[in-house]
Design a protein around this ligand. Sequence first.
Ligand SMILES: [Zn+2]
Length: 319
Amino acid sequence: MSSLRFVAVDLGGTQIRAARYTADGVQEARVAMATGASDGVEFVMRRIKSAIRQVWPMDEKVSAIGIGAPGPIDFSQGILRFAPNLPGWENVPLRDELLDAFDIPVFLGNDADVAGLGEHRFGAGQGVSNMIYMTISTGVGGGMIFDNRLFTGGQGLGGEIGHMAVDPHGPRCNCGNIGCLEVMASGTAIARRARERLDAGDPSMLREMVEGDLSKITAKEVNEAGAAGDELALELFEEAGAYLGSAIVSLMYMLNPSLFVLGGGVTHAGNLLFAPIRRIVKDRAPAIYQERTKIVKAELGRDVGLWGALALCLMELHL
Ligand SMILES: [Zn+2]
């Protein structure tokens, strides 16, 4: 099997990454370039193809291309329906474009789903059949794997953990729903809550860290302040952790996975985030669920989308 090779592509709003892997997960070549999303669909398509060509092997032998894209996917047609971070991308036949250009099987998936597959096959979820991956960064995304297969629902639109409502009185989310996990516990939400609390006059070292310019606050600054023991920052992580923890308890009841893998930039906060999540789960989930469900940090880091695109090829080809 190790003689088979795959090209993995991670199409993001700011970067396109591509890598060539053996089926065992040995990375043989890698390239990253700016997406240039504002230049339009055709320009970005050309860049994707160029990235693939740059990691293509001399002997031309590639078994499949896997690609993760930042939006909902029509699986049967291989179409990216739309992408919030890629202006103009509506119903782009990404699979057929690449099929025409390279003439080998192409597998297309949603980026969070693909990242979940990556962690399942090569990261924190190895050897587990039922797991839920959650990515907590600018937004909150999810990937659900049951019986070692990705679950995306009837039309490929399922697994959107970030848009479960966790506060019926919360702010409206970009998706239209109110109080989504994404709008309560993402990095963007943590930064928004920090600004609200500072505006209300709460003391915090955050104000000094951004020299009074509150628009500069991101989850990263809140993390740094929390690590230095700042009360407000600690409270903000408690808050986000409580929303994530209660969502995890609901998911335990509904889907009974044996593992939750949490990734994305906000998880760099480590125990600042994980401690309140675990506290909520310990307080609210019945013991029988707790004993059989682990909550761990993702392992694959920035390349999770590439590993995931490889894992998508392997899953689709039953390897
Ligand atoms: Zn939403």
